[in-house]
Design a protein around this ligand. Structure first.
Ligand code: 13P
Length: 303
């Protein structure tokens, strides 16, 4: 059994997508063969060849959507308890063939493949070590998201229900040189608590129980970054209140969202939590659950 598979289905955060509500999304027959709605099911057993084809498809999607150019970005999946399948370094990830991919163990030792593994392998392995629920990682430099990261800004505002339900907020990790232990050290405190991170002056990294979910999270944060920018141009974002955020958090189970197992994630900035992220507090999972329960109870009593 693949790690995390016992957790079963985990929703990807898009409220109107997928087999569950009968909508078709995947473009092109070729891509449909490589990655389809079954890819959302972490219990779905796949061959190594299937994983190789899926990584090539996700790389092509990232390249076609402009999330990466030239040799940027990297993708990996967990093949089993001991092995990772990763993109090679210094190749265009939108033009990969299945045989270009590299297999390593969880210590980053190369086990198979002609090419050298990604220079960011340590960042990927950090997720796999710390998050048994994670089976896939996408790293990219989507322009709007990376613009926020280069401006020293997180995507932490309570603006869109889909983003709040699916991801909570997307924090900014301080800058460290790509591919170094310093970057892993900077990311480490965030890994148990978030499924998507902005990397200052660098890009973004997303994870998921399967590759399609990790890819969708990358797509979601870039879409969100564009909307935040548009809202700023249109006169300034209007933040939701913490009461509305509590209702969205309580609705997560309705959308099959399983939050990261670490708990303690910061809630997004709301209209009543002040202007600066320094006003945020850290909560344990239990404290957060108690707050949500209380908010929902008060809301019901008011009706
Ligand atoms: P790799 O080609 O080594 O995976 O690196 C690409 C990248 O985006 C580094 O940040």
């Amino acid at each position: 059994m693949r790690p995390g598979s016992r957790r079963g289905f985990k929703f990807n955060g898009s409220l109107c997508w997928g087999q569950r509500n009968g909508l078709d999304h995947i473009p092109g027959k070729e891509e449909q063969r490589a990655m389809n709605t079954n890819s959302l099911w972490s219990t779905h057993e796949k061959s190594e060849n299937q994983h190789r084809r899926e990584i090539c498809t996700a790389g092509k999607w990232m390249y076609d959507r402009g999330f990466i150019v030239a040799c940027e970005g990297n993708i990996s999946v967990r093949l089993d308890e001991d092995r990772i399948l990763t993109t090679p370094t210094c190749m265009n990830k939108g033009m990969l063939e299945p045989q270009d991919l590299v297999v390593t163990n969880l210590e980053g030792r190369q086990l198979a493949g002609e090419r050298k593994f990604s220079s960011e392998i340590a960042m990927h392995l950090l997720f796999y070590h710390m998050r048994p629920d994670v089976n896939a990682i996408c790293h990219a430099h989507p322009p709007t998201t990376t613009g926020f990261a280069a401006a020293g800004r997180s995507l932490n505002q309570a603006l869109l229900p889909e983003v709040i339900i699916g991801l909570g907020q997307i924090p900014l990790v301080r800058y460290a040189t790509p591919g170094t232990p310093e970057l892993s050290a900077a990311i480490e405190p965030f890994v148990p608590h978030y499924d998507a991170l902005l990397l200052a002056n660098h890009g973004a990294v997303t994870c998921g129980p399967d590759l399609l979910t990790a890819f969708f999270r990358m797509e979601t944060i870039e879409h969100f970054a564009k909307i935040v920018l548009a809202a700023e141009l249109a006169g300034g974002p209007v933040l939701l209140s913490s009461r509305e955020v509590a209702k969205l958090m309580a609705a997560r189970t309705r959308y099959f969202v399983t939050p990261p197992p670490g708990g303690g994630a910061e809630l997004p900035e709301t209209s009543d939590t002040g202007e600066s992220s320094s006003s945020h507090v850290s909560l344990t999972r239990n404290e957060l659950d108690a707050l949500i329960d209380e908010a929902v109870r008060k809301d019901r009593a008011r009706r």
